[in-house]
Design a protein around this ligand. Sequence first.
Ligand SMILES: [Zn+2]
Length: 376
Amino acid sequence: MQLYRRGFRGPAVRQLRTHLADLGLLLAPGQVSAPDAELFDDVIDEAVRSFQQSRGLRVDGIVGPDTTRALDEARRSLGDRLLYHSISHPFVGDDVLELQSRMADMGFDVGRVDGIFGARTEFALREFQRNRGLSADGACGPLTLRELTRLQRTVVGGRPYELREAEQLRSRGPSLAGKTVVLDPGHGGSDPGWQFDGLTERDLMHDLASQIEGRLLAVGVNAFLTHHRRENPTDDQRSATANETDADLLVSLHTDGAASPRAQGVATYYFGTGRTSSVVGERFAELVHREIVARTDLVDCRTHAKSWDMLRRTRMPAVRLDLGYLTNAHDARALASRDFRATVAEGILAAVQRIFLPPDLDPPTGQWRLPESLRG
Ligand SMILES: [Zn+2]
């Protein structure tokens, strides 16, 4: 796919300009029909970056597949098209997000408000339709839309679906036994990920994943890896595998890397688009992140909301850890050490334990240890 960025010239930029204007990202109307509307200029660059920022995308000013798809989703408004559960090509967009949040605001259980029309959304929509005396066909057409709009005025804010996610997790109880956690080591097969000095992200993250898996199994957690080291499934396949296990949590493991050898540090990501986010995902990301920062000397690059597929398409609270820059000498030295990876594995185990504990039993960051009896 063609990537567009500052300096590019072509008819596609004229269209991009219109899309950005439709989204209210070009302030002066003259900017739409700028004298050189086919040039990707500074104004477009700035609008693209602010769009990326608002949607939880990488902010690089480059219009590639992710940004194009997000622009497409952002332009959908509820009522533009008939929405229903299509298994082969699910409807995705801001219209679906709007439908989900309206139903959630009325107390219907749509699962996560993620802008993807799945089975849960259909189920909730049928329930809504039955409730309102409409034909319960699970499709959002004109009649359903009119009813949704009519009722909306009577509903007062609050975000019940966010509370429901937290409530669901709490209802599973504090004990780790019987919980399910999916570990998703980045890359695999012929894709090594970042490489440095004979180290590969693939091998390091698979080792880390199996160290975490061992510790989780020792305390009674059902732990799964999304794939073997020899395989490299797509993000869609990884999230589908995770969803099949009905897991409570997912941790995706990567290292970062950069052209500059000076870039370093650890960052943790959770699902969020600027319009919606996973509260439990955010809390879990905070716990994972703080445990690692407390136990290692990696630079703290904080936690961030992102709309990446692994975080969005997985139904359980999910985090992605970017554990240091493999392209940085300091971080690479740490990552190369099996003891360092064991320390990180302990930190993640502590975070998994803490997310299920009620606040009064929650140990301070960096303090929780695997019980002596379970150490191998
Ligand atoms: Zn990676």
